[in-house]
Design a protein around this ligand. Structure first.
Ligand code: FEO
Length: 178
């Protein structure tokens, strides 16, 4: 049986992941309003990534016989000063999520919960990728600042992002082992 302290920390992380989805949904709306469809596409897919993270935590709690508890999700900001400002926000948020995952791993370790600690390895790797992806876009935006030509070029590039097939399989229930 999963210990209360670990369960509470996992449920808190579900709330963090749901807020991530909420934040990126709000950013997507901001970019749709600016008619920057590539940025909006990247964020639309990022919302799905975050919801995938939510389901991963939920499934793990179910497997351990724990109870999923959903908490209130705080309201995200609704506008940003510029694409650069928004992506500074994405990068900062992903660094915050990395810290949350690290703290969660510390709790699991302290509580002697090896299964949870092992489960979190996936998220530790995922966060390296999440930070690197956000940082890659942020660096390009820092390079072009507010130059419309540069923003247009980045927007075209972000239009290419496609959803990870693993997430489609998870949504449709066609993932191996389901
Ligand atoms: Fe679920 Fe973007 O971290």
């Amino acid at each position: 049986m999963i210990k209360d302290k670990v369960l509470k920390a996992l449920n808190n992380q579900i709330n963090e992941e749901l807020y991530s989805a909420y934040l990126y949904a709000s950013m997507r709306a901001y970019f749709e309003k600016l008619n920057l469809k590539g940025f909006a596409n990247w964020l639309r897919i990022q919302v799905q990534e975050e919801l995938f993270h939510v389901r991963k935590f939920e499934n793990y709690i179910f497997e351990r016989g724990g109870e999923v508890e959903l908490y209130e999700i705080k309201k995200p900001p609704k506008s940003w000063k510029s694409p650069l400002d928004a992506f500074e926000g994405v990068y900062k948020h992903e660094c915050h999520i990395t810290e949350c995952i690290n703290k969660l791993a510390e709790i699991a370790e302290k509580e002697g919960d090896r299964s949870t600690r092992m489960f979190l390895d996936w998220f530790i790797n995922e966060q390296m990728e999440e930070e690197a992806n956000a940082d890659g876009i942020l660096q390009k935006l820092q390079m072009v600042k507010d130059a419309p030509g540069g923003i247009y070029w980045i927007d075209k590039e972000l239009e290419q992002r496609t959803i990870n097939p693993m997430i489609i399989a998870d949504i449709t229930g066609t993932a191996t082992g389901q």
